[in-house]
Design a protein around this ligand. Sequence first.
Ligand code: SF4
Ligand code: SF4
Length: 194
Amino acid sequence: MIGIGILKGMAVTARNFVGSYFEKERLITVQYPEERNPLPENYRNFPFLPYDGDDPHAGLRCVACKICEKECPPQCIYIVKSEDKKPDYMGKPQFYPAVFDIDISVCMSCQICVEVCPFEAIKMDKDFELSRRERFDALLLRKSDLAKSNEYYQRICPTDAAEVDAKLAAAAEAAAKKKAVSAAAATAATSPAR
Ligand code: SF4
Ligand code: SF4
């Protein structure tokens, strides 16, 4: 019969409308911004730079290798490598980005920068309330805007952050063991023979 589909649709709408007064699960809208639906863990928008510890400079994982800058399809990352070095999370002296900008008016949230980074130094953020009145400069995020603590990453992406933490801890442990073995070998080599 012509129109049966419309009647069925209206019945579903009516059932949900009346039911929403009695069952909260039937309410499919929320009173944003006072109410918010939780974001799925794999939701992503723009990248950020995680740092370890309390100091965004000392703990920044990025070593300014520029792989992400080279691989970013719309070329919206701009990095200037430092002249000096600072210790990384394993205590090894490394360069760091003196400048790290991302133009989020151009970024297409593809996550390629995250996938190519060998140092777990760039991750995708979930912050979507980024509208600005200005069209250009306000959407250019500087290093100070991009650096966010590892605790923040653990909060927004608990599963991925736990995997990264385990991987970095294992790498640090392996490096410490290797250093201890080399130190023991060097001591043995310099000890006088009996
Ligand atoms: S998410 Fe994609 S477009 Fe955005 S900075 Fe990373 S590589 Fe570039
Ligand atoms: S974020 Fe990663 S890939 Fe990009 S410059 Fe830093 S260390 Fe290299």
